[in-house]
Ligand binder design. Structure first.
Ligand code: GLU
Length: 489
């Protein structure tokens, strides 16, 4: 029954339920599907599983579409809305009824509840008793005439259901462990296990790639495929994501929406690189891939069944690696938007200052992990420091001669006609050497005066981008601060 595929016939789907925001786990599933499809020149389809009308919402559908778009996980063909397929589900259920592969179950909620309580009191797992399996046509007719409501149950056959999962390898389940499960509820709505089979089959899905939590549903779904005489797709279940303590990911440990990650300042490809390593790896010592490289390298046999650990710090680090690999030009719109948001720059300044802004981005990018870092850690390019790092003040401004050295620097910088990368550094080194202190003493003191921080990119690059007058002004302010607070010795 397993369909033979040639490379280009690969069709996969991402099938989110719009009952919540698209979070990290589901987006990783979407990503794996996308990469697998593109690797095989196949199609990546989107199906919105919106049959739970009470819990599904338009807002969530919008969130799903927005998130996929932002990540560049573009789907092929038209979106399939599961709610539009209800008629097809019903027809398929009727076919199973006709062929005696499913039956109507008239058990009431109360009866089923009683059965459940009984099995619980006997310490057994609950399994539907099969009470309605053997109703005669006559009995069914009577019940229908009386208007009794019914659900439709699948008549699970005897035997063993086996399949080869691309990640979990050989799985075998004795059908005696599967009860006659409901495929259509008494209100006429199909259950997940049934709708998913009819839809996947209608959409000619060749590979079902989804979360490990669906592994236990797969035998039921295979039984339905077989009963409906439809081709069984291949399956790949990807491991669940846990937090570093191996617990289920919670909001606190990172299970928030893609939108939140975007707001936090992740870049599209940075987040993709962070997510793809959750369960997948080439074994190469390489962390940052372009989307093209990911497509080229993505194979399901590189997906591990070990639970993937989500570590926020690591994913931030990966995003930082990605930021530093991006060109300033590509980063420009993202960073400028953030600077604007933080009132560090206005629209007019962006146009007239583009060259300088690109140089600032280039200088900062290797140290940034999230886009807002460009505002937090690069604020001094736009405004003089409001405060100085306290530890650094104690460390760098309390050294002997610092006050005098900074005063000398003001004089020398003021007098120099040509303030550039070379001269600004030469002056610092000369003053230090004339006063018999290490150049680092003055460099650290100067960095703190200019940026407010103990760490920054090469300070002379920074000075040039800030400009001579402002540099002198900031050194004066630091002297004032040092004197007022009795820092200098
Ligand atoms: N709507 C289901 C989910 O979000 C789809 C599962 C599947 O891919 O079969 O979990």
């Amino acid at each position: 029954m397993i369909r033979k595929q040639n490379k280009s016939s690969v069709r996969v789907r991402f099938a989110p339920s719009p009952t919540g925001y698209l979070h990290i786990g589901s987006i990783r599933t979407a990503l794996f599907n996308y990469l697998f499809a593109k690797h095989n020149d196949g199609k990546f389809l989107l199906r919105i599983e919106d049959t739970d009308t009470e819990r599904s919402s338009k807002k969530m559908i919008e969130n799903i579409l927005e998130s996929l778009k932002w990540l560049g996980l573009n789907y092929d063909e038209k979106i399939v809305y599961q709610s539009g397929n209800i008629e097809k589900h019903k027809q398929a259920a009727d076919k199973l009824l006709e062929e005696g592969k499913a039956y109507r179950c008239f058990c009431t909620k109360e009866e089923l509840q009683k059965d459940k309580l009984k099995t619980a009191s006997e310490n057994r797992y609950y399994k539907y008793s099969g009470r309605c399996r053997s109703l005669t046509d006559e009995q069914i007719k009577k019940k229908l005439e009386k208007g009794e409501i019914f659900s439709i149950r699948f008549k699970t056959p005897e035997g063993i259901t086996k399949f080869k999962d691309k990640v979990y390898k050989s799985i075998s389940v004795n059908n005696s462990e599967i009860d006659d499960f409901i495929i259509v509820r008494s209100d006429g709505s199909p259950t997940y296990n049934f709708a998913v089979v009819v839809d996947d089959s209608d959409m000619e899905i060749t590979h079902v790639i989804r979360g490990e939590d669906h592994l236990s549903n797969t035998p039921k779904q295979i039984l339905i495929y077989l009963a409906l005489h439809r081709s069984v797709p291949k399956f790949a279940h990807v491991p669940l994501i846990t937090d570093p303590e191996k617990k289920r990911l919670s909001k606190r440990t990172g299970a928030v929406s893609v939108k939140e990650y975007r707001k936090m300042g992740f870049t599209q490809e940075g987040l993709i690189n962070g997510l793809v390593h959750l369960g997948w790896g080439t074994g190469q010592n390489k962390t940052i891939f372009t989307i093209k490289e990911l497509i080229k390298n993505f194979e399901l046999n590189h997906v591990s069944k070990k639970r993937a650990v989500f570590d926020y710090e690591k994913i931030k680090w990966i995003n930082g690696k990605y930021i530093s690999s991006m060109s300033a030009k590509k980063l420009f719109p993202l960073v400028v938007e953030n600077w604007k948001k933080n009132s560090l720059i206005t629209d007019e300044k962006i146009i007239s200052n583009k060259k300088r802004l690109l140089a600032i981005i280039d200088l900062l990018k290797s140290r940034m992990r999230l886009i807002p870092d460009f505002s937090i850690l690069g604020k001094y390019f736009f405004v003089s420091p409001e405060k100085y790092e306290e530890d650094a003040v104690q460390k760098h401004w309390t050294k002997e001669k610092v006050e005098f050295l900074l005063e000398r620097l003001i004089i020398e910088y003021t007098n120099t006609k040509d303030f550039n990368l070379k001269t600004s550094e030469e002056i610092v080194r000369r003053i230090a050497s004339e006063n018999k202190v290490k150049a680092a003493v003055l460099i650290h003191a100067l960095r703190l005066a200019i940026t407010g921080f103990s760490i920054s990119p090469n300070i002379f690059d920074v000075l040039i981008l800030i400009g001579k007058q402002e540099v002198i002004q900031r050194i004066k302010s630091s002297l004032k601060y040092g004197e007022e607070n009795g820092i200098f010795i």
